[in-house]
Design a binder for this molecule. Structure first.
Ligand code: GTP
Ligand code: MG
Length: 273
């Protein structure tokens, strides 16, 4: 299978890589990059027009890495400009604003756009993804919590970082992990090392937690029809309890999901004759 291995290596110790930033308009992609490269924050919104390009050099262990950064515009208007730049990336920064749920929900469609543009040769295993839950400094307007963001990221084998381009929180740590993983991947023949983000939970557990979080009532949470019998409720409960029991499940949010399931079952059984 094709990999996105870097095109040119100047010598054994230097490496040239391409990274891109993705996410809705105004989530802070450009500010995150600016904070890292220029150590400053610009409060005024200056929308990226199409693409911004920059180069930075970083040191990872004994290697010098030349990083080509393609900072994409998030606005749908720039799709035609963006779509040419997905190919040959070794790293992707996926950014959302923790105060805007739609920017978090949009991450799936950003991945979708990327896959579509990369075509049938797309090999997502040869790309390091980092999810940035950005603007964590604005605590009062936060609507997407850490557990939810981490679950989305880690269930896909992506890194997760809480960041603020405004205060600088998480920015250096995030970029260090990002570049060091890209270097590991390149040294591993262009394949993302499997153990790199060890999640320790299954996709089924992650999906179930997500479903429980967004369920509209107790019936929905247990996955039974309104009016279900005691047996049906207990059966559904047992299945979920085995899947999510905190002794067995280490997925972020599993404890809360487990408690919610216990409470849902209790309240349903109270009202079933
Ligand atoms: P497009 O280029 O249009 O796709 O947007 P972008 O994702 O690059 O957003 P940009 O970095 O331009 O930031 C958008 C707005 O959010 C600006 O007004 C920034 O000052 C603000 N902003 C970015 N990051 C943060 C942050 O961590 N905290 C706060 N409080 N504001 C931020
Ligand atoms: Mg921008």
């Amino acid at each position: 299978m094709e990999t996105n291995a870097p095109k040119r290596r100047d010598n054994k110790k230097s490496l040239r890589v391409k990274v891109i930033s993705l996410g809705n308009a105004e989530v802070g992609k450009s500010c995150i990059i600016k904070r890292y490269c220029e150590k400053r924050f610009v409060p005024k919104y200056l929308a990226t027009i199409g693409i911004d390009y920059g180069v930075t050099k970083v040191q990872v262990r004994d290697r010098e890495i030349k990083v080509n950064i393609f900072d994409m515009a998030g606005h749908p208007f720039f799709y035609e400009v963006r779509n040419e730049f997905y190919k040959d990336s070794q790293g992707v920064l996926l950014v959302y604003d923790v105060g805007l749920r739609e920017s978090f929900d949009a991450l799936d469609s950003w991945l979708g756009e990327m896959k579509q543009e990369m075509g049938s040769q797309a090999n997502m295993d040869s790309i390091v993804f980092v999810v940035c839950a950005n603007k964590v400094d604005l605590t009062k307007r936060r609507v997407v919590d850490e557990g939810e963001g981490r679950l989305w990221a880690e269930s896909r084998g992506f890194h997760y970082f809480e960041t603020s381009a405004q205060s600088g929180e998480g920015i250096n740590e995030m970029f260090q992990a990002f570049f060091s993983s890209i270097t590991d991947m390149c040294e591993n023949g262009g394949k993302r090392p499997v153990s790199e983000v060890s999640v320790g939970f299954t996709k089924e557990q992650a999906d179930t937690i997500r479903r429980i979080r967004s369920s509209k009532d107790s019936w929905d949470m247990l996955g039974v029809k309104p009016g279900a019998t005691r047996e049906e409720v207990n059966k559904a409960y047992r299945k979920l309890a085995v899947l999510l029991h905190p002794d067995k499940c280490v997925a972020p949010g599993s404890e809360d999901a487990f408690k919610a399931v216990v409470n849902a079952r209790t309240s349903l059984l109270k009202n079933i004759k």
